[in-house]
Write a protein of this length. Sequence first.
Length: 337
Amino acid sequence: MTVDPALEIRTVAGLRPFRPSGFVVRREEAAGKILVHNYGHGGGGMTLSWGSSELAVKLAGSLAGVSCGVVGGGVMGLSTARLLQLRGASVTIYTAALPPDTTSNIAGAQWWPFSVFDNDRRTEAFAAQYCEAAAFSYQYFQRLVGPHRGVRWLPNYYLSNDPPKNGWISGPGGVLHPLQVGFHDFGPGEHVFPANYARRFHTMMIEPSIYLPSLLEEVEDAGGKILIRPMANRDEMLSLPHPVVFNCAGLGAKQLCDDPELMPIRGQLTFLLPQPAVNYNLISEDLYMFPRTDGILLGGTYDKNQWDPAPDMARRTRIVAAHREMFEGMRRIQAGG
């Protein structure tokens, strides 16, 4: 793995739609319609897309032959639309943007539900939704593995100088530990990484530049209609000519629902030229490297309540330098230095 500023091809930033108490999947009835909310997934939108959308679609009841509107053209809106079609509904998507111009396209898209909620705000009801959505998504994405979808399995290595900690989500005893396939902790001297400990498990990587266009095409091929039409407010959303409407607007749901919890968390990524020989993910504290066919992804940042989507060039320099130091350390260890 070579980290060199001369290999940089782009730096991008996106705003994750985060709620401290977790995402919203909820049904209400208003203006004579069924309105189902499905938004606020933080850094886990791609990961949870199928499962959260399944929860949302189930809330709407029987949908065969029903005309449904979906607000939002990112991964949550597209996944919801496809599941509606599979239940026999007709679907129209209303969106301000489509791939490749959505926040979903900027996702790192490692399959793992990260930064979805604040642990001290977790309720039993939300925990049940979270676990159900994660389990459904994990199984559904496995059906999509292949180069035509941009989904593949990779090992993940989490580095730390202290022994790895187990939490509510991951590690032995964690609610999602059964999904950490190939789990193993390596101690000092048992691995080639520049840290004392390395925790490994395998999961899927999803490449947005391949996956999202393929999902959009599938929705359109099944008869889905796409309208470029941003929603200004809740009243406009409820005026749509459908008896059932799904709010999958991501951060845009803030103005549609007046949700005081919903906030952006800015994430910044720098891409280097692709390096096909790199076949693992590496995570160390706030640094992470994911290899994709469209480039080596280096992250990242986690800026709460930061509405400016412009990349910070000083932070780009620090991210690249920190990754370069990490991989040079790895090279020295491999050389026996």
